[in-house]
Design a protein around this ligand. Structure first.
Ligand code: ASP
Length: 338
């Protein structure tokens, strides 16, 4: 059963920015609900459930401009942070299903049900999938002056200093949290975790030396790794990342169990008219074929998904598979939902 919808207000702390203005008329909050023919007749909001400046936000802002151009409308990106991405996702689950509130989420959509007793939304029932966007490798990174020199040294160091080493993440349900869980399970340690509203601010603290290490997407860490402001120990994909050729994979570094890529997708509330979902998916495909988007993603260690994956059906099938996969991995790791 769908939960009661809230009016289109999203958390007061939200930060907003207008991405682009094309030909569509901006008539504020009005507009015919579910009118696919004239869509879009007002601003479309893409909710990012993490902080501005972080990796989910970065990918969203890359595609918002070309998507808006393809739709002939305006797109606003709104950051609704909290609880590992579940606050923003919950807001979109309860929004009007009229195509004007869209969610950008990542792998956390498939892991949160295994991590929360009462999530407040159901990934498959409360959302319609629009399309996959990208799949981003993670890096295991540390403050530049953190003692361990290699990934193997890191494992030895955290085992010997479990009481004092700090591990940053973006809250329970975030990709950084998941990667941290897998790391701790594989290393057999329990570390002190420091949650942030997103890995944008976590990275700032890592550069500043306030926390010791974390996992995060290459879309956030690449620049700081290359500038030698942080140390990179490993990438969490089976192959090395082209833009970070010197960084070994976790498998090469002796921890093949730490394997995770952060897939992203766009969602709208369930019951959004299928014609509107199709228009959004078409605009997503156009944005992902944009050479500027491809180039920006390549610089940050990732790439757009294929046109076939930027579709509602492919996205839904992936979500279904990932929900099953992560439920098992998380429970096998002995993690209890909180
Ligand atoms: N990378 C973050 C995570 O750990 C989210 C973000 O700030 O985009 O899920």
């Amino acid at each position: 059963m769908r939960m009661k919808r809230r009016p289109r207000i999203i958390a007061a702390l939200a930060t907003v920015s207008l991405i682009t203005a094309c030909s569509g008329n901006d008539d504020g909050d009005g507009g015919a609900e579910g009118d696919a023919a004239g869509y879009p007749e007002q601003n479309i909001t893409i909710v990012v459930p993490f902080s501005a400046g972080g990796p989910t936000d970065t990918v969203t802002r890359m595609i918002a401009d070309p998507m808006a151009a393809a739709l002939g409308g305006k797109i606003v990106v709104r950051n609704v942070e909290g609880a590992g991405g579940t606050v923003g996702a919950g807001d979109v689950a309860r929004a009007e299903p009229d195509g004007y509130t869209v969610l950008m989420h990542h792998i956390g959509m498939s892991t949160a049900p295994a991590l929360y007793k009462d999530l407040g939304y159901r990934p498959l029932e409360d959302f319609a999938t629009v399309g996959l966007v990208t799949e981003v490798p993670m890096t295991v990174v540390a403050r530049q002056d953190f003692a361990p020199a290699t990934f193997q040294d890191l494992v030895t160091h955290v085992k010997a200093n479990a009481g004092t080493v700090t591990l940053a993440n973006a809250g329970i349900g975030a990709a950084s949290h998941l990667c941290g869980l897998l790391f701790q399970a594989a290393a057999g340690v329990k570390l002190q975790e420091v949650p942030y509203q997103g890995t944008g601010p976590a990275l700032t603290d890592l550069v500043g030396g306030q926390v010791d290490f974390m996992c995060d997407q290459t879309t956030n860490t690449s620049g700081q790794i290359t500038a030698k402001k942080i140390k990179a120990y490993a990438v969490t994909t089976p192959q090395r990342v082209q833009s970070l050729p010197d960084v070994p994979t976790t498998a090469e570094a002796g921890m093949p169990q730490l394997a995770v890529s952060v897939w992203h997708g766009l969602y709208v509330p369930a019951d959004t008219p299928p014609e509107i979902v199709e228009k959004l998916s078409g605009a997503l495909k156009t944005a992902l074929a944009d050479q500027a988007v491809i180039d920006q993603m390549a610089k940050l260690g990732t790439a757009p998904v294929t046109a076939a994956d930027a579709t509602p059906d492919a996205h839904r099938a992936h979500l279904e598979e990932q929900l099953t996969t992560w439920q098992k991995i998380i429970s096998d790791a002995g993690v209890q939902p909180s």
